[in-house]
Ligand binder design. Structure first.
Ligand SMILES: Nc1ncnc2c1ncn2[C@@H]1O[C@H](COP(=O)(O)OP(=O)(O)OP(=O)(O)O)[C@@H](O)[C@H]1O
Length: 265
């Protein structure tokens, strides 16, 4: 399932160890639920890798494992070719693996600027550098005009972009985005897509993008993996995956299971 054209780990000193973040033969079961079975996936630097699949396919479970919030029962997580499977999330963040969550994780009592600054402070930036970087990032995500606003009651589109901006403030080499665009309108989606592309092109970040919005996935990604019922189905460039009958089958299989009263895998 891996792509032979994937660049292999090529460590660089700026901004941190780069290369590929990879899941290798990852299996994770929860009390009888086979969330992931022998899954392979690579997130190379400088590319947007999409991860799609029906509800319950195992996408969030894989992100939890890649980011150190969970551990696989079998298989490995490699960063730049080095085994980091047992390493906890905060260590992995320091090595450059950042993530967003499907829901929340915004500090409501802080301003938008402070939320992003905290991301930078959390990885050891001085307060001056953190502020400067936060302003740059807010500008990239068209959030600068909201910098001084409280994060307590944000419009949905602003909150989603803030989640990504905060993750970016940790200066990641790899950014894992779990449904970052849910609920964005068309205009916000386009802004979001170009902000992510600029992050990848300017900073050589490797992005893993999970979303149910196929227009975003097929419009933004360089390479797409399809997961269904916890297993790899197909992966390749967008046009190859779009033309592959297994893409539709994996979604139809899930709908058939739902209609038949099975669970949503
Ligand atoms: N902590 C857990 N305990 C028990 N089962 C779990 C746990 N986490 C996930 N699962 C199960 O593992 C399977 C995969 O779930 P996961 O959330 O990874 O899927 P997903 O592809 O992200 O779905 P969605 O698109 O709906 O977010 C599901 O059947 C889910 O119910």
């Amino acid at each position: 399932m891996t792509d032979s054209s994937t660049p292999q780990g090529s460590p660089s000193s700026q901004p941190g160890p780069s290369g590929t973040l990879a899941a290798e033969g990852v299996t994770r079961h929860f009390a009888g639920v086979k969330a992931l079975s022998d899954v392979h996936l690579e997130v190379p630097a400088g590319r947007i890798t999409g991860l799609i699949g029906p509800n319950g396919a195992g996408k969030s479970t894989l992100v939890n494992i890649l980011s150190g919030y969970d551990r696989p029962d079998e298989g490995r997580v490699l960063l730049g070719g080095v085994d980091r499977t047992r390493e906890r999330s905060y260590r992995r963040t320091r090595r450059g693996v950042a993530r967003t969550f499907q829901h929340g994780h915004i500090f409501k009592e802080q301003t938008i600027l402070e939320n992003v600054q905290l991301g930078a402070l959390g990885v050891g930036r001085s307060s001056r550098a953190a502020r400067r970087e936060a302003i740059e990032i807010l500008d990239r995500f068209d959030l600068l005009e909201h910098a001084g606003e409280s994060a307590a009651h944000l419009p949905h589109g602003v909150e989603r972009r803030l989640g990504v901006a905060r993750a970016l403030a940790t200066r990641p080499t790899h950014l894992l985005l779990d449904e970052p665009a849910a609920g964005l309108n068309d205009g916000e989606m386009e802004l979001f897509k170009s902000a992510i592309r600029s992050v990848v092109d300017d900073l050589d970040v490797g992005v893993l993008l999970i979303d149910h919005n196929m227009r975003l996935i097929f419009g933004a990604c360089d390479h797409i993996h399809v997961l269904a019922a916890g297993a790899n189905v197909v992966d390749g460039p967008p046009e190859t995956v779009r033309a592959d009958p297994r893409l539709a089958e994996s979604y139809l299989g899930s709908m058939a299971a739902t209609i038949a009263g099975g669970d949503d895998a």
